[in-house]
Design a protein around this ligand. Structure first.
Ligand code: RP5
Length: 165
């Protein structure tokens, strides 16, 4: 059986992809292989159990989990794997993602989920945190991450464009 890539990007619904694609694109930019899967804590609970219980043995090292609303996916995944789980609160229509954020961040002591910001910023930063974890034991990746950050710094103008609206 082929080993899984080091990162799994899981999400509760197809509708989460619009947010989670930003994690995927950031992993792509850093040359990190990943698999993206829809795994719903509520609609596909058996799929969640199979994924989370098998993730470590499959070769996954970091899980990025995005969900919205009653966002149990990151916490339930974390309960069933010893791997680091980074949770991305997807911006919901009803409560602008505040429901997602609180569902993910308020874990009881003992089962951690590293919770990021709501929406795109959280998805990008989850990928960067996954990269930082993997870079601890992957020097070429550490160099790519340094270069990514240096490019980001270089892209910030020293003075604002005062003709911009
Ligand atoms: C959650 O419910 C998903 O993570 C998604 O953010 C939210 C809404 O899902 P859909 O109704 O769009 O499939 O489980």
């Amino acid at each position: 059986m082929a080993a899984s890539p080091p990162v799994a990007v899981i999400m509760g619904s197809q509708s989460d992809w619009a947010t989670m694609r930003h994690a995927a694109e950031t992993l792509d930019a850093l040359g990190i292989a990943y698999e993206a899967r829809i795994v719903s804590a509520h609609r596909t609970p058996d799929r969640l159990v199979a994924f989370a219980k098998g993730a470590k043995a499959a070769g996954i090292r970091v899980v990025i989990a995005g969900a919205g609303g009653a966002a149990h996916l990151p916490g339930m995944a974390a309960a069933m794997t010893p791997l680091p789980v980074f949770g991305v609160p997807v911006e919901s229509k009803a409560l602008s993602g505040q429901d997602s954020l609180l569902s993910i961040v308020q874990m009881p002591a003992g089962i951690p989920v590293g919770t990021l910001a709501i929406g795109r910023a959280g998805a990008v930063n989850a990928a960067l945190l996954a990269a930082a974890v993997l870079a601890l034991t992957d020097e070429p990746l550490a160099e790519r991450l340094d270069a990514w950050r240096a490019r980001q710094s270089a892209a910030v103008a020293e003075h604002p464009d005062t003709s911009a609206p």
